[in-house]
Design a protein around this ligand. Structure first.
Ligand code: ADP
Length: 280
């Protein structure tokens, strides 16, 4: 009996799609077992989606989990910089003309990272591909990478509600999504579209991280709300998803990101582990 014979969506299954722990008709990695796939998504660029992906990955690794990161933001990849591995290249093993095995690069803290920027010759080379090619490459990076055994694979999702986002939501075995937003009406409006898209699939949403919620006044204990007077709770209520936590604008973090030390900075700063406390 085929593994898909009891699946209600079996007509949609193709040879690449198999019955896996996260359900029928989802892609499965060829070289490993991944227990949980978490998509980090925002809809709008520049709100801190990649930063939050890096923070969550570093925090989970600090807790002792086996963690991988797939940078699905193929045209704007930034995960190698977060982990300070942008000068390294991922190994590619050709199996035949059309099939390859990809090996992720290990960060200092032990997170397995794969990104388009670790595969192209120079990190500032542009990737000029049409949507269907990006989608096909992304699928391969998920299925054909030697992830081995992972407790969590975090996917830094592409921005927007394009066909690439749709493919990831439909075909990848996403356990849950983490939404990243900033307290700005324009951002919330776009984030709401992504939430509506996820609800339609449906892909479960764990909650929202409100990034750049405030800055800490350097001379006192006051939190200064830069963008909106609304609380993070009100913001989450407007989005219709639970609030995971809020993160301040932190120039020390920006500096650490620029110096390639963000992983170390996050691991040594309790604020970042506390935000996901109790979640994993
Ligand atoms: P996205 O993935 O949504 O496009 P990024 O995570 O790349 O956004 O963040 C955009 C920029 O904002 C980066 O330069 C990053 O360093 C900075 N940034 C993000 N979150 C914070 C924060 N909480 N404090 C300071 N800088 C931040």
């Amino acid at each position: 009996m085929s593994s898909c014979s009891t699946c209600p969506s079996q007509e949609k299954c193709s040879s690449k799609l198999t019955l896996g722990p996260q359900g029928c008709g989802k892609l499965q990695p060829k070289y490993g077992v991944i227990k949980n796939v978490i998509g980090v998504i925002s809809g709008k660029g520049g709100v801190g989606k990649s930063t939050v992906t890096g923070i969550l990955a570093s925090t989970l690794r600090k807790k002792g989990y086996k963690v991988g990161v797939l940078d699905a933001d193929i045209t704007g990849p930034s995960m190698p910089r977060f982990f300070g591995i942008n000068d390294k290249r991922a190994n590619i093993e050709p199996l035949d003309e059309n099939n390859f095995k990809y090996y992720p690069v290990l960060s200092k803290g032990g997170v397995k990272v794969l990104s388009m920027n670790l595969l192209i010759p120079k990190e500032d080379d542009p990737v000029v591909w049409r949507g269907p090619i990006v989608t096909s490459v992304l699928t391969q990076l998920f299925t054909d990478t030697v992830w081995e055994e992972l407790d969590y694979l975090l996917i830094d999702m592409p921005p927007g509600t394009s066909d690439i986002t749709l493919t990831v939501m439909q075909s990848f075995p996403i356990t849950e999504l983490i939404i990243v937003s900033t307290p700005q009406d324009m951002v919330s409006m776009i984030v709401k579209k992504v939430i509506a898209m996820a609800n339609k699939m449906p892909v479960p949403i764990r909650g929202v991280v409100e990034n750049m919620s405030y800055i800490n006044c350097p001379g006192c204990d006051t939190k200064i709300k830069v963008f909106s007077k609304k609380s993070a709770e009100e913001h989450a209520e407007y989005l219709g998803v639970p609030l995971i936590g809020e993160l301040p604008i932190n120039t020390d973090l920006t500096e650490a990101l620029e110096e390639g030390n963000a992983e170390e900075y996050v691991v040594n700063n309790d604020l970042y582990s506390l935000i996901f406390e109790g979640l994993y």
